[in-house]
Design a binder for this molecule. Structure first.
Ligand code: CO
Length: 641
C-alpha cells in the first residue's frame, strides 16, 4: 500500500477553496467591516464560474476565483451573503431576509453548556438518579417539526435529546434519558423551555462495540491489494484521468464531495457527460410521534453543513489498496480555517468480470472489470454517511451512499405497545425513520464546455391487451414520453413498468439515427411516509417525487431551498417548478430522490452494518457499441484463451 497525499493546490476555477484562500476571504471580510465580533461564519462556498466563463478559461482567459460567504449577525439574527474574490473585491453583499442560519458548532457547544447549567435540567436529571453532569451526553437538533406555539415567534431554536454515559467509553446511545429535553434559543443562548414529561427508566443493557470492549476476534487471512506498476489513474491537482474518463473532484462545505466536468474518450474523442453532480440534500424524517422523536427531521446537508463533518480517512481501514487522498479545508464559525487531511479517497477496485463469452469453438473471451472510486465519509451525530462515486469501463457511473453508525434511540417501558419503533434491548427503542437523499445532476450529454441542450424522456415498458397487437400475449413495447415542462416532469418510480429516464441530446444522433443519451436507473428508493401536510412534508416537499427536472439556473442549488432551518416550507423544487418552465431541448438539471426506509433491526445494533442506496447513470444509445469491448485482457488472463 502506498499513500500519496496531494497538497492544497489552487489551479483551476472548480478546485475546492484552499486553506490560504479561506483565510484570505475571512481577513478581507474583516477589513471590509462585514465581519466583526457580532458575526459567525455560517458557510463558505466556492462561487462556481458559469459554464461560459469556464469555457473561456479553457481557452486561456483568466477567471477570478471567488467565494460565497454566509454570515450570521448574532446581534440581529440576520443572515447575509457576500461574494468576494481572491483579489479582495467584494462583488456583492446582501441580507437574506427571513433566512435562518444552519446550526454552527460553537452554538451547539454553547446550547449544551446552557442546558447543563439549567437548574430544571439538573433537577430532572437528579430525579433520574444522575448527579454527575459529565456523564450526560446531549446532542443539538433543529426543531424539525411543529414549533411549540409559545416559541413560534421567529426565533432560532434547537432542542437537546440526552443520553447517559455511565463510563467514559460506553456507547451512550444504549442509555437514552427519555422525556427530558431542553429547548434553547440559539441566538440568545437562553434555555427557553425544559420538557420533563415522562420518567422512564434508563435502559441499562450496554451496547459495546469497541474492540477493546467486545474482544471481537473473528479473523480472516490477510488480503493485500498490490498494484506493483502503480495505480492507473493520474491526479493533477483535483483533476483525475482514469481509463477513458476524465473529471474533477470538488468539495463543498454544505454538500461535501462534488464531481465536476465529466468526460469520456470515445475512440479518442472526448465526449461530455456531466458538468456537476452532487448530493444536494439529505433529510431524515422520523416516524415516531413519541417523546420528541417526531422533531427529529434533520436536513443533514442544509441544516448542518454536511461537509463540516468530513472524516480524515485512514489507509488500510477506510480505504484499501493504492490510494491517493485529497485534503480539503473549511472555515469554522469563528473564522478559523481547519484542514481536513485525507478527506477524499481515490482508488481502483477489481469489480469482477466486465464481460464474457465462450464461443462454440471453445474460444473464451473474458475481461476483468475495474472501477474507479472517489469517496468521503461524514459523521453527523449518531450516523455515518459514505458518499461513493464509481466510474466503470462500460461508460457507466454509479453513486452509492453507504449508511452506517448508530441508530437513534429512546427509552420506553420494556414490551409496551410502541408502534413506530423497534425494541433493541429491554426498554431501548429505535424509532422508524427514512433517509432521503436528493442528487442534483447537471448533465451535459454530448455537450461542450459551454453546456448542452438536452431533453428528458420517460420510458415505460407495457403490453397491449391480447389481440392483433399482442397475438401471443407475450409481446411488450416501450413508450417514450418527452417531458416538456417542469410540472409534468415531477415523476415517481414505477417498477411495474420498469420505468427509467433518459437524458438525450436531440441534436446529436448515433449511428442508427437516434438521439444519444444516458439513462438514469433508479436503485434503492423509498417514498416518504410523512404526510405532505405535515411540517416536514412541507419543508421537504422535494421528497414526494423521485425525479424532478428543472431548467438550469445556477442559483437553484438545493431542493429544499437555500435556508431550510425552521423554514415554513414550499421552498426549493416545489417553488421553482411552479413556474412550469419549458425543459425540452435546453440546459436542464435532473434531481433524483432516493433513499431507504429504515425499520431498525436488532442486527442494526450496536453499530449498523453498512446499508446502501443509490443509482446508476448508464449510456443508452450514446456509444455505437459497448465501450467495454475495447478493454484488453489483463496480462494474467492470457491463460484464459
Ligand atoms: Co437509519
Amino acid at each position: 500500500m502506498v499513500e500519496r497525499t496531494q497538497g492544497l493546490q489552487v489551479a483551476h476555477p472548480l478546485d475546492p477553496l484552499s486553506k490560504s484562500e479561506l483565510e484570505f476571504f475571512v481577513a478581507s471580510l474583516r477589513s471590509s467591516g462585514h465581519l466583526d465580533h457580532q458575526h459567525l461564519i455560517a458557510m463558505s462556498q466556492l462561487e462556481e464560474p458559469s459554464k461560459s466563463a469556464l469555457f473561456n478559461f479553457e481557452s486561456g482567459k483568466a477567471i477570478d476565483r471567488a467565494a460565497r460567504v454566509t454570515l450570521l449577525d448574532r446581534s440581529t439574527g440576520k443572515v447575509s451573503e457576500s461574494v468576494i474574490t481572491t483579489l479582495g473585491e467584494l462583488r456583492s453583499h446582501k441580507i437574506i431576509e427571513g433566512a435562518k442560519a444552519p446550526i454552527l458548532s460553537v452554538e451547539s457547544h454553547a446550547a449544551i453548556a446552557a442546558a447543563k447549567a439549567d437548574p430544571r435540567v439538573i433537577e430532572a436529571l437528579r430525579q433520574r438518579g444522575i448527579t454527575d453532569l459529565e456523564t450526560v451526553r446531549m446532542e443539538t437538533w433543529p426543531i424539525g417539526a411543529q414549533i411549540p406555539k409559545y416559541l413560534d415567534d421567529g426565533r432560532r431554536i434547537i432542542w437537546t435529546p440526552m443520553w447517559h454515559c455511565p463510563t467514559p467509553n460506553a456507547n451512550f446511545y444504549a442509555h437514552p434519558i427519555s422525556g427530558l429535553h431542553a429547548i434553547v434559543d440559539i441566538d440568545s443562548g437562553e434555555v427557553v423551555a425544559v420538557e420533563n414529561d415522562q420518567l422512564i427508566e434508563i435502559p441499562q443493557t450496554p451496547g459495546p462495540y469497541r474492540q477493546s470492549q467486545t474482544g471481537a476476534s473473528v479473523e480472516l487471512k490477510s488480503l493485500m491489494i498490490h498494484q506493483p506498476d502503480g495505480a492507473s489513474f493520474t491526479v493533477d491537482g483535483f483533476k483525475i484521468d482514469w481509463e477513458r474518463w476524465s473529471f474533477r473532484i470538488g468539495f463543498c462545505q454544505r454538500e461535501g464531495l462534488v464531481i465536476h466536468d465529466v468526460w469520456f474518450a470515445d475512440g479518442g474523442k472526448k465526449r461530455k457527460i456531466a458538468h456537476r453532480m452532487s448530493i444536494a440534500e439529505l433529510v431524515i424524517p422520523y416516524g415516531d410521534p413519541s417523546q420528541g422523536a417526531y422533531r427529529k427531521n434533520a436536513f443533514d446537508t442544509g441544516e448542518f453543513g454536511l461537509g463540516n463533518y468530513t472524516n480524515s480517512l485512514t489507509l488500510g481501514c477506510d480505504c484499501l489498496g493504492e490510494i491517493t487522498y485529497l485534503d480539503v479545508a473549511v472555515a469554522g464559525p469563528d473564522g478559523t480555517v481547519r484542514e481536513i487531511k485525507n478527506a477524499i479517497c481515490m482508488h481502483e477496485e477489481d469489480f469482477g468480470i466486465l464481460w464474457k463469452h465462450v464461443d462454440l469453438d471453445g474460444n473464451v473471451e473474458v475481461r476483468r472489470g475495474r472501477r474507479f472510486v472517489a469517496s468521503s465519509i461524514v459523521t453527523v451525530n449518531n450516523y455515518e454517511y459514505g458518499y461513493f462515486w464509481y466510474f466503470y469501463q462500460d461508460g457507466s457511473i454509479e453513486f452509492e451512499a453507504k449508511l452506517t453508525g448508530i441508530v437513534l434511540t429512546l427509552a420506553d417501558k420494556p414490551g409496551v405497545e410502541h408502534p413506530s419503533a423497534t425494541e433493541l434491548e429491554p426498554g431501548l427503542w429505535a424509532p422508524y425513520h427514512q433517509h432521503i437523499l436528493c442528487a442534483r445532476l447537471d448533465l451535459d450529454i454530448d455537450g461542450d464546455a459551454t453546456g448542452a441542450k438536452n431533453s428528458v424522456v420517460e420510458i415505460d415498458s407495457f403490453a397491449h391487451e391480447m389481440g392483433p397487437k399482442n397475438v401471443y400475449g407475450g409481446a411488450y413495447e416501450t413508450s417514450e414520453k418527452v417531458l416538456q415542462r417542469e410540472g409534468e416532469a415531477r415523476r415517481i418510480v414505477d417498477p411495474l413498468k420498469s420505468r427509467f429516464w433518459k437524458v438525450i441530446n436531440p441534436e446529436r444522433k448515433n449511428h442508427m439515427g437516434h438521439s444519444v443519451g444516458y439513462k438514469l436507473v433508479p436503485g434503492h428508493t423509498t417514498y416518504p411516509l410523512a404526510l405532505p401536510e405535515s411540517t416536514i412534508g412541507k419543508r421537504a416537499g422535494f421528497m414526494y417525487h423521485h425525479l424532478w427536472v428543472t431548467k438550469n439556473e445556477t442559483n437553484e442549488r438545493y431542493p429544499a431551498g437555500d435556508y431550510p432551518y425552521q423554514h415554513a416550507g414550499g421552498a426549493g423544487l416545489p417553488e421553482w417548478t411552479a413556474a412550469n418552465r419549458e425543459i425540452e431541448n435546453t440546459d436542464v438539471v435532473l434531481w433524483h430522490v432516493f433513499g431507504t426506509n429504515h425499520i431498525p433491526r436488532t442486527e442494526d445494533w450496536p453499530v449498523m452494518p453498512v446499508e446502501r442506496t443509490g443509482f446508476h447513470l448508464k449510456p443508452s444509445g450514446f456509444f455505437a457499441r459497448s465501450p467495454a469491448i475495447d478493454v484488453a485482457p489483463a496480462p494474467a488472463q492470457k491463460s484464459c484463451h
